[in-house]
Design a protein around this ligand. Sequence first.
Ligand code: ADP
Ligand code: MG
Length: 365
Amino acid sequence: MLKSISLQNFRNYKKRTFEFDNPTVTIVGPNTSGKSNLIEGIYLLSNGKSFRADKDVQMVAYGGEMGRVWARLQTPERSDGGQGKSTDLKLEVVVTIGEVAGIKTQHKRYFINGVAKRRADYVGTMPSVLFSPQDLDVIVGSPGLRRSLLDHVLEQTDRDYRIALLGYKRALKQRNALLDLVKKTGESRDKQFEYWDSLVIRNGNVLTEKREEYIDYLNSSKKDTLDVKVVYDKSEITAERLDKYKDAERAVGVTLVGPHRDDLIIHFEKFRDLKLFGSRGQQRLGILQIKFLELEYIRSRVDNEPILLLDDIFSELDEAHINLILENIGDSQTIITTTHEEFIPAKIKSKMEVIELNAHSASSG
Ligand SMILES: Nc1ncnc2c1ncn2[C@@H]1O[C@H](COP(=O)(O)OP(=O)(O)O)[C@@H](O)[C@H]1O
Ligand SMILES: [Mg+2]
């Protein structure tokens, strides 16, 4: 259970600590009071990255050089009688911005109980599932949104996936830089390509395989919200495919195949594309269904119960959708934000703790 979270020079927070004594906490505050920023802080502690900042520097308070979030967690006694009773855990993420030779730099560091960790060894300690209004765009939005849907789950549940994703991104960046150079100079650089090709292929194949497994899970699981089927529109990366696109890649200067080009097509009612033929309501049900399965999957794969983050969704959804979410909360600790307490369903109102934010509350407390 998340007992407290502190934010320092993080978004609109100068310094603030939130204590949670209750498994259900509702943060009430007007627009721009910092509700989503708080959720973003918790998400960052959980996933090691933001759900909305393209660049980490955006999370550091304006004019600041370093933003920090840290949390105190209480993990329950282990049910298998293994070592350790209830333990306290401190997680921390620090984002620093600087400048090297006139170029802006950003750096993120992760700590568990004060000990620095690599991201691959950090993520997974405090799993979470976020429901936010942006989710409602996943079906109709860009392929990147749908890929994050996969990454989010697999990164939280699978260390090998985290390592492969990092390795893939790094190698892809280098390979693209090389392609760009070759495009400009007309050199061949075959030896260098051999090296980067082998890295993108090796890591890329891990991603493809694990994404495929997760999609199989989604398709084979029971659905009670909307009967969706996910089609993996994958962009496989192999030596043959790279060879096939060799000239095209050198002409445009970027890597044209691989999991960074994957997409998902979400079907409903047998083979209809939800994006093209679903009503707005059906698209919402579709994404909710996928999120519920995500929650179920994380629950089945990790020891710690995921925290649910519901960021301002009750004003967006009708009663039927809200009830579906409430049914899926289960035993999870739930952090809810809303502009008006009246939006909170009666079912949870009675057992929740309310924390109020006002427009100037970010620096106090
Ligand atoms: N890096 C930053 N430094 C300071 N303030 C920020 C930063 N990023 C966003 N903000 C401010 O945070 C506020 C939005 O907070 P947010 O949590 O999204 O509000 P809401 O309560 O509506 O969810 C805005 O006023 C915005 O200007
Ligand atoms: Mg918000």
